[in-house]
Design a protein around this ligand. Structure first.
Ligand code: GLN
Length: 365
């Protein structure tokens, strides 16, 4: 296959990578990050946590198994761009209903292929996540770099991706009722709760605590989502009001919000964790879980000292905090994704833990 370069990627540090466009054709600025997962490009593309980000896929062949109708993590993918070594326009998979590129065109997601993604990933690891832009190869690089410099990373992503109205999902058993605060909630979290007998009411991100309590749920779930957790002080305050009232479970952004609500601090990692094989140690069992991850921010370990939280899980690659809990309040959170699709599934037990806490709280009431 002969590829003609028609687009270029410009990074904030001035480096330029030439490639071939696919998906939506437009100039697009974003924060550039990388994901090392060998499978799951559809789930990554539709995970709302990637809003305003351009994702470099470290795995070299993307698009080869197409798009499956049931595998979306959201109804409206909001990722800015996907950057790949090789894009495969001819998927081979009985579940596939369309090409990856068709979804990208439908939702305005820019694609760039033919990139030396091994070099680019190393570059991001050395330099850190930064702003970047995909533009036409013919555009003036110096002028494009100026436009990129002027580009401000948005801080309102959660309000854009959250549901505007409450939605109810019924389970067969209906054993528990979970109120979920939607900051950009992945569909597979809803499926994971419903499959375990939880009815789930998914609420807009800015639902006040009194409205949540008025639903009389058995537990509150805090979802994953895009951006800096400090950009949503409203949610942090809501969670503060819920402390000790109901069991709380937070995933990723939800875990960061939970930690902030107890007075812990968060900070931005140099290039984040995005992939499907991050080893985590559960500090109470000493067991290692292989986990899926997608985050830029993390909870500062030392900042837990003056809070009622304790660290429950630790990342074995860089010792960052991966889980916290407040036993007396039946509240806990994890930085990684127990719901992860297409896997790994080592951490699915965390949903059972949430159910146990809801059971205990019911007994106590
Ligand atoms: N997947 C998530 O919820 C990501 C959380 C947050 N936006 C971060 O990047 O750290």
């Amino acid at each position: 296959m002969i590829c003609k370069y028609d687009k270029k990627l410009i990074l904030e540090d001035g480096s330029v990578y030439c490639g071939t466009g696919f998906g939506c054709e437009k100039e697009q600025a974003f924060e550039i990050v990388f994901n090392t997962s060998p499978v799951g490009y559809q789930e990554i593309l539709s995970d709302p946590s990637y809003t305003d980000q351009g994702v470099v896929m470290a795995y070299p062949l993307i698009g080869n198994y197409g798009i499956a109708a049931d595998d979306f993590e959201s109804r409206t993918p909001t990722m800015s761009a996907m950057i790949v070594r090789e894009y495969c326009p001819e998927p081979s998979n009985w579940r596939s209903v369309m090409q990856l590129e068709e979804v990208m065109k439908q939702y305005g997601i820019v694609g760039l292929s033919g990139i030396d993604t091994r070099k680019l990933v190393r570059h991001i690891r050395d330099y850190g996540s930064c702003r970047a832009m995909i533009t036409d190869i013919s555009s003036d690089t110096a002028e494009a770099a100026m436009r990129l410099k002027a580009y401000q990373m948005p801080t309102d992503a959660v309000s854009r991706v959250s549901r505007k109205k409450a939605e109810c999902y019924k389970s067969e058993a209906g054993n528990f009722h979970v109120a979920a605060i939607d900051c950009g909630m992945k569909e597979n979290i809803i499926r994971s709760l419903v499959r375990r007998g939880c009815d789930v009411t998914v609420l807009p991100w800015n639902t006040p605590a009194r409205d949540i309590l008025a639903l009389n749920p058995d537990g509150v779930f805090l979802s994953n989502g895009p951006g800096d957790p400090e950009d949503v002080p409203e949610v942090i305050n809501t969670v503060k009001e819920l402390h000790g009232r109901l069991p709380i479970f937070g995933i990723c952004l939800g875990h960061q919000i939970l930690s902030l609500s107890y007075g812990a601090k968060t900070y931005k990692l140099k290039f984040g964790h995005r992939g499907g094989n991050h080893p985590i140690k559960n500090l109470s069992t000493d067991k290692i879980e292989i986990t899926a991850q997608n985050h830029s921010y993390a909870v500062n370990l030392n900042s837990l000292q003056n809070t009622p939280l304790t660290a429950t899980h630790i990342n074995l690659l860089d010792n960052t905090v991966e889980g916290v809990e407040c036993l007396k309040d039946r509240a806990f959170g994890v930085q990684y994704h127990p719901e992860s699709a297409p896997g790994p599934q080592d951490s699915g037990y965390l949903f059972e833990r949430f159910i146990t806490l809801m059971e205990e709280a019911k007994h106590h009431a």
